[in-house]
Ligand binder design. Structure first.
Ligand code: 9PG
Length: 798
């Protein structure tokens, strides 16, 4: 039994009860002897299906049109086991994409309900996990990973560490146990302790850093189950397991369930966008065909958030002072959203009970914000409950239950208690969350909702409806919130298992909270916490912004969390610039979160230089090669031509001299390039495809605007007005002996632009007044000093 396209060949071996997958993409790992198994419980026994491979029946449908294009389909039916559990296995091999998809349909035609456990869709044991029948020849494993096997692990939720591991590494587990585990760990995903043993959620990539081939394994959605993956990396044969978590949900007689599609995609690690076939398939699976999913389509996704300066001490007056500052800054630095974060509510859970420090109530404040032409936004955590809330007291039956029928632990929060999760299968609890979201959006008037701590609906425990998996409950809850507020309201997911929200939210937090400390430093415990992967810190936030950059504009708008600019934090100026550069290059939202009236002008200028936003998806060059990626490329184009931004970060604790080498960013070293570095203004011409000896401070960054050198031509090389060093140009023209550049910036500008000219300037005028220039270090390069308001026309004769 074989399915084949130009990328892959799948062979099913009923006599071995396993299947093989050979990938034709160069050096991509292949799979030998993968087994399938569905575990379920009945009367405290564990059973495994399918096992009757001798009497399976094969229904082969040659090709079918699906949402993933034409697919070769194969349908295998296993006879029911003694308890009446019958299984169908469907394979679909896409003709136009390097994707093989498969899923189980499980039906209970028996007389007793069973509880589903792990549903293994892929299981090769490699060298590390020994099996009884493991003769060398039939050992099941991933092959072709004998160079430097590497694993990309995706964290479960918004805050959770995502990044690569090698055989010598340890998985980054939290050491804070029940305090934080429910918030950050999918209960179905193991947190391995041994070297070379790793896990992941929803999808993962295994690849060989030397051979440059890889294989993505994952699920196209998390509508039915949370998917988990586990590997043991070994040059001689790696293990990989992938399963859907049945969560012990009941499958009652006469009912059936289909898993989400499992998927394998071979890939070339050196392709600029290696994960695209998978990312696009996931988007299609959720009805996202248009790549811009956000509701804030016409305006920039910019604003201010109250959290990282005021925390829960926020008062109405603080919001008002910040609105006033936003209005004062409007001409120079337009911000759109005013988002009130946690702290206005009396207790988490009692969302309609507002603190007296919000004297006039939320509707009034929203109206004030709207009247100023700004977008009011508000934070809600509709699925988590503070046990001291009225909600918990009045409706104990709305809480997910754990051991001894006590409320299940949803993690410890700085609200000062272990929290609980709402049981969304209780119709009244679900209706309450819908009413809360509707009230915030439509009675109070906040068209932008930050929905936080969403994982709390998906913690393990007992619910009213015992037939639902945790993933089904969360998906249902998120859809109910979307339905309650309508399509026009912008939803930002946070603290959310990523897969559950695709196609529902407009934007998603993809990393831990930012913080005024470089490393986690909760309660001053830096020494203890510095390796905690998900705790608030600038480094942790930056890390995931880089490692999850590829999700941007495929599944939602990435939210890299806020930019902290204040000189009063523990971050030095280089760290602030690294944060600003990462956020700018994420292509996602930009929210400031300082007390704006207190910010010194030179720090505000940093934010100003990021506006308007560059909304492109960045390319993180070394996402599979460094645990903390350091090189980003973004390609830009406008009337001043085509150019690239190359960022290089120095994550070491001491300064570093680096060469910015064109091939490292995918450019041809044989051409010569002109580059201008944004933060220092340094100008360089490449020698042998390199800008050499670029010194970068500890935790700092350089960001070069790189343009192909066209000798004898008139060229724009950059400016100190915008981090892109080019998007400030709205029109550009030249003829023999003169050139004109139209510049567009909000407000008053006092800056400079650098040009390369075919000759020496004879005269330069800005908006018809004479302007000064200066010779730069590179031949034919000149810097023009400009002062204008909103628009500047620079006219140069040479
Ligand atoms: C408001 C904050 C902000 C922030 C969110 C989220 O482990 N914890 O106790 C924990 C607390 C806060 C937190 C994440 C984890 O942050 O990411 O932007 O909205 O809630 O309470």
């Amino acid at each position: 039994m074989i399915l084949e396209n130009k990328y892959q060949q799948l062979t099913i071996h009923p006599e071995r009860k396993s299947w093989d997958l050979v990938n034709y993409i160069d050096h991509a790992p292949s799979i030998r002897g993968s087994e399938l198994a569905i575990n379920y419980h009945l009367d405290s026994n564990i059973y495994t299906v399918p096992n009757e491979w001798d009497s399976l029946s094969l229904n082969r449908v040659d090709t079918q049109d699906t949402s993933h294009g034409r697919c070769q389909m194969m349908d295998i039916e296993f006879p029911p086991d003694t308890n009446g559990i019958s299984v169908r296995l469907k394979f679909a091999l896409a003709e136009a994409h390097p994707l093989i998809l498969w899923k189980f349909a499980i039906e209970n035609i028996g007389v007793k309900p069973v509880q589903l456990g792990r549903i293994y869709l892929l299981q090769v044991n490699g060298k590390g996990i020994s099996t009884h029948k493991a003769s060398e020849k039939h050992r099941s494993m991933l092959t072709n990973l004998d160079g430097e096997p590497t694993f990309f692990s995706n964290g479960w939720g918004s805050w959770d560490y995502s990044g690569i591991y090698q055989p010598k590494d340890h998985f980054r587990r939290t050491r804070l146990g029940p305090i934080t585990t429910p918030m950050r760990v999918n209960a179905g995903t193991p947190q391995p302790k041994n070297r070379g043993h790793f896990s992941s959620d929803m999808f993962a990539v295994v690849g060989d850093r030397v051979k440059r081939g890889g294989l993505l394994a994952g699920f196209l959605s998390q509508k039915q189950h949370f998917g988990s993956l586990e590997t043991m990396l070994d040059r001689q044969g790696s293990a990989l397991r992938m399963w859907a978590n049945g969560d012990g949900a009941q499958l009652r007689p006469g009912t059936s369930i289909e898993t989400d599609w499992a998927c394998l995609q071979p890939l070339d690690l050196d392709s600029p966008t290696p994960l695209d076939p998978y990312l696009d398939a996931v988007a299609r699976e959720h009805g996202i065909d248009d790549k811009s999913v956000v509701n804030l389509k016409s305006s920039d996704y910019t604003g201010w958030c109250s959290w990282y300066h005021f925390y829960t001490d926020i008062q109405e007056e603080d919001v008002r002072r910040n609105i006033k500052k936003i209005l004062d800054l409007r001409q120079d630095m337009p911000l759109n959203i005013v988002q009130i974060d946690d702290g206005y509510e009396k207790r988490v859970g009692d969302w309609l009970d507002i603190k007296p420090t919000f004297t006039n109530g939320m509707a009034q404040l929203a109206e004030e914000i709207r009247d100023e032409g700004l977008i009011p936004g508000i934070w809600l955590a509709p699925f988590i409950v503070d046990p001291r809330s009225q909600l918990a007291r009045n409706h104990p039956d709305w809480l997910i239950r754990g051991r001894f029928n006590r409320p299940a632990n949803a993690g410890y929060s700085f609200w000062g208690r272990f929290t609980s999760g709402l049981d969304l299968t209780h119709p009244d609890a679900l209706e309450y969350t819908q009413d809360v979201a509707y009230t915030a959006a439509h009675r109070w008037g906040f068209p932008y909702l930050k929905l936080d701590f969403l994982y709390a609906a998906a913690i393990p425990g007992t619910r009213h409806d015992q037939t639902k998996s945790r993933a089904q409950v969360l998906r249902m809850g998120l859809k109910a919130l979307r339905k309650a507020v309508g399509e026009q309201v912008t939803l930002l997911g946070c603290g959310c298992p990523l897969g559950s929200a695709i196609g529902i939210v407009d934007a998603m937090r993809i990393g831990p909270d930012v913080d005024g400390h470089w490393l986690p430093n909760l309660y001053g415990l830096q020494a203890l916490l510095k390796n905690e992967p998900g705790l608030p810190s600038a480094r942790n936030a930056i890390h995931n912004t880089l490692t999850r950059a590829f999700m941007h504009r495929r599944w939602w708008i990435n939210d890299p969390d806020c930019l902290l600019l204040s000189p009063d934090t523990d971050l030095n100026i280089h760290e602030v610039r690294s944060l600003a550069t990462t956020i700018a290059l994420s292509g996602g939202s930009l929210l400031l979160s300082d007390d704006l009236p207190e910010l010194p002008q030179e720090r505000l200028e940093i934010a100003r230089s990021l506006l308007p936003l560059m909304q492109e998806q960045p390319q993180v060059m070394d996402w599979f090669d460094s645990a903390m990626p350091s090189r980003i490329r973004m390609d830009l184009e406008n009337p001043c031509g085509i150019w690239h931004l190359f960022a290089h970060f120095n994550w070491l604790d001491e300064p570093q001299d680096v060469n910015i080498s064109m091939p490292d960013y995918g450019l041809d070293p044989k051409s010569t390039y002109l580059g201008r570095e944004y933060w220092t203004g340094r100008l360089e011409q490449s020698v042998d495809g390199m800008f050499t000896m670029c010194s970068i401070p500890a935790h700092g960054v350089v960001i070069w605007a790189v343009r192909k050198n066209t000798p004898g031509a008139f060229q724009y090389l950059g400016s100190d007005m915008h981090i892109s060093q080019g998007l400030e140009v709205s029109k550009f023209e030249s003829d023999s002996g003169s050139a004109r550049i139209w510049l567009q910036r909000p407000g008053n500008v006092d800056g400079n632009v650098v040009l390369s000219l075919p000759g020496v300037p004879i005269e330069a005028r800005l908006n018809d007044l004479p302007c000064k220039w200066q010779v730069e270090d590179l031949p034919n390069c000149f810097k023009f000093m400009l002062k204008f308001r909103n628009q500047g026309l620079l006219n140069v004769r040479y």
